[in-house]
Write a protein that binds this ligand. Structure first.
Ligand SMILES: Nc1nc2c(ncn2[C@@H]2O[C@H](COP(=O)(O)OP(=O)(O)OP(=O)(O)O)[C@@H](O)[C@H]2O)c(=O)[nH]1
Ligand SMILES: [Mg+2]
Length: 395
């Protein structure tokens, strides 16, 4: 097996992480460290403040980013044409309760004072700000951006409702209409105004909250990922809605990095015959949920798109998504994936000798690690097919 094949399965980053966590530890200490990491990940808080003028789309953004397909779902932020949000209101992500999007009051009044506003909304509690503007760039936006910048917080600027701009432009100039030119003009204008306000290097994204996956959504996702500290980045990635293949692929990569933790716990507990399979079962269930392949996510999707749930299920191939995840099924998958691969246990473990020092044999670690990584690949493919199926024939 060559290096390329190996790095696809076991990246340098994961090898380093394993070394950092397990080095100089005995088995009991190693187990404790791994358990702590798994618990900590779930508890990482992320607080995102959404601000901007009244009517710009703050509440709509909060709903779509949390994966709510309509504004009528339970726990949705209220949206509408009359001013609705009067004080900071947190909306937790549906799966990760510690990820909160804060709906802040509109900044619209003529005698707006950005510094006072930020004090009132308790600016220090947020990891970063998203300023949403739906029409012209205004003095208010600059003031707000400057105040956020001077308080050493980061902000990202979203110009929403570009679907409306594009539609009117299309109507007015049928022949010379060029979508990318118009989007570029809007981006440039906002960037220039922010640069004139000396607020550092601004990040501007043009979006339609009616079609979140279009325009600058992927670029925004990349930027947020690059800018956030590592532990927060993981949470943000997992909490994004499954609306593009790129989101799904990033989720897969993020989860892949954690598979060794589960594989390690499984291999040590399998040796003592306790709770081993529950660890894998829990990990697989979590992954299914993250990819929207669990039963309740599928029911929700089928209702929203008016599709028969069996039609959606018909494109799912992974056995974990279609039958009960019991010990028998897991055992079957553990052997199946290894039979398929060409990598030997010895070769695999030679890249991470530290595992071999802690666990006798190491074959269980190897098998469960490969199984978790392979099942994520299947989930990604299934999730993408399910989304396509759901959206088939609907506009
Ligand atoms: N076409 C289009 N309409 C949008 C977009 N974003 C929001 N809207 C609509 O604009 C209106 C106002 O959106 P809200 O999300 O309620 O605005 P808000 O910023 O929360 O307003 P306040 O709570 O009053 O501060 C709603 O009718 C939304 O459906 C968009 O990108 N495109
Ligand atoms: Mg609102």
């Amino acid at each position: 097996m060559d290096n390329e094949q190996m790095s696809e399965i076991l990246s340098e980053e994961v090898i380093q992480e394993i070394k950092t966590v397990l080095e100089n530890k005995n088995l009991a200490e190693a187990i404790e460290s791994v358990n702590t990491i798994i618990t900590d990940i779930k508890n990482i808080p992320l607080n995102v403040a959404i601000t901007g003028e009244s009517g710009s789309g703050k509440s709509t953004f909060i709903n779509v980013i949390r994966g709510l397909i309509t504004d009528e779902e339970e726990d949705a932020a209220i949206t509408g044409v009359v001013e609705t949000t009067m004080e900071p209101t947190p909306f937790s992500h549906l799966q990760y309760k510690n990820v909160k999007f804060w709906d802040l009051p509109g900044i619209g009044t003529p005698n707006f004072k950005a510094a006072d506003y930020l004090e009132e909304v308790k600016f220090s509690q947020y990891d970063f700000f998203i300023i949403i503007a739906s029409e012209r760039f205004k003095e208010n936006h600059i003031q707000l951006a400057q105040a956020i910048h001077s308080m050493n917080k980061k902000f990202y600027f979203i110009r929403s409702k570009v679907d409306v701009d594009l539609q009117s432009s299309r109507k007015r100039r049928n022949r010379s209409f060029n979508e990318e030119n118009i989007l570029q003009q809007i981006r440039k204008k906002c960037t220039k105004s922010l640069c004139d306000g000396e607020v550092g290097e601004p990040h501007v994204f043009v979006l339609s909250l009616m079609d979140l996956h279009k325009y600058d959504f992927n670029r925004m996702q990349n930027t947020l990922e690059e800018e956030l500290p590592r532990h927060k980045r993981h949470m943000l990635l997992l909490s994004l809605p499954n609306i593009t293949l790129q989101v799904l692929e990033r989720k897969r990569k993020a989860l892949n990095k954690l598979n060794w933790l589960r594989a390690f716990l499984f291999s040590v507990s399998a040796a003592t015959h306790t709770k081993g399979y529950e660890i894998l079962q829990k990990a697989i269930k979590d992954h299914l949920n993250i990819f929207g392949l669990d039963t309740s996510s599928l029911i929700k999707l089928s209702n929203t798109f008016g599709k028969d749930i069996n039609d959606l299920k018909s494109v799912i191939k992974s056995p974990f998504a279609s039958t009960e995840i019991n010990q028998e099924l897991i055992q079957k998958q553990l052997t199946k994936n290894v039979a398929k691969g060409q990598i030997s246990v010895e070769n695999f473990l030679s890249y991470i000798p530290i595992i071999g020092n802690l666990i006798t044999g190491g074959a269980t670690f190897f098998r469960s690690y490969i199984m978790l990584c392979e099942s994520l690949k299947d989930f990604l493919e299934d999730a993408s097919n399910v989304l396509q199926k759901a959206m088939e024939d609907s506009t």
